[in-house]
Design a protein around this ligand. Sequence first.
Ligand code: G3H
Ligand code: 13P
Ligand code: ZN
Length: 309
Amino acid sequence: MPLVTSKEMFKKAYEGGYAIGAFNVNNMEIIQAITEAAKEENAPLILQVSAGARKYAKHIYLMKLIEAAEADTGLPIVVHLDHGEDFEICKACIDGGFTSVMIDGSKYDFEENIRLTKQVVDYAHERGVVVEGELGRLAGIEDNINVSDKDAAFTDPDQVEEFVARTGVDSLAIAIGTSHGAYKFKGEPKLRFDILEEIQKRLPGFPIVLHGASSVMPEYVEMINKYGGNMPGAKGVPEDMLRKAASMAVCKINIDSDLRLGMTAAIRKHFAEHPEHFDPRQYLGPARETIKEIVRHKLVHVLGCAGKA
Ligand code: G3H
Ligand code: 13P
Ligand code: ZN
């Protein structure tokens, strides 16, 4: 099966009350771990690439690795640009074979966000590529952009219909209390399901995207701390909240930090137990296995998309 767009995936996910996992990829081991887990669970998959990942690994290397993963597994795989910040990067990814792009105009005012998003949609749709837009601002860190809690803003349900109608986007990322990174909540985790419900009412059948959706799985934070790391207070989105979002209009759930934590935990543990090792395969192998386990857990127990490929 060639690389696909998310159109059909989201339709089935919406109707079936589950979500597709969108996992960030940066290198071969991460791509292999995610796609092997999806293959074993027969799950549809979105592999997403940030500007930082593209800079780190180069577009062509990631594209070829994802094509290899698709050929190896035969799974329906979407290759998606995560948080495209301008028209140029979206165009480069569309021209370079991505099947989906996000244009993140959330830092602009409403009119400028619409103008930029529509410019990307016009270019993408002519070439059979789908587009995710964003309304509202998540707190947290992406690349070197750090949005403080006071600059974050929940999505305003009064704006969503106009935004979708005027831009023509295929899916919409919203802010309901999640944030990027490993420190999402100072106190008790809380998501604004009332806002999600209102948005679902205004846009019936329309796929919604949840960013910042890692659970910051406690076992991996504990492992990192046990083997010399220092991450006090790391906290993520509880799994039951993600399952609830997936049963509503949320069709795409973005996960990166959990994979980073698992990979780091496995490597720290490996070196604590085998300080004499220096062959990268000795520590990247267990790191890949750990990511695979995490992805399987998400597909089966959190997203509900196992068996839906
Ligand atoms: O939302 C951001 C993703 O976790 C990607 O992070 O920009 O550091 O690659 P990155
Ligand atoms: P996490 O940092 O919670 O994994 O979020 C990832 C994300 O939203 C990528 O766009
Ligand atoms: Zn994000």
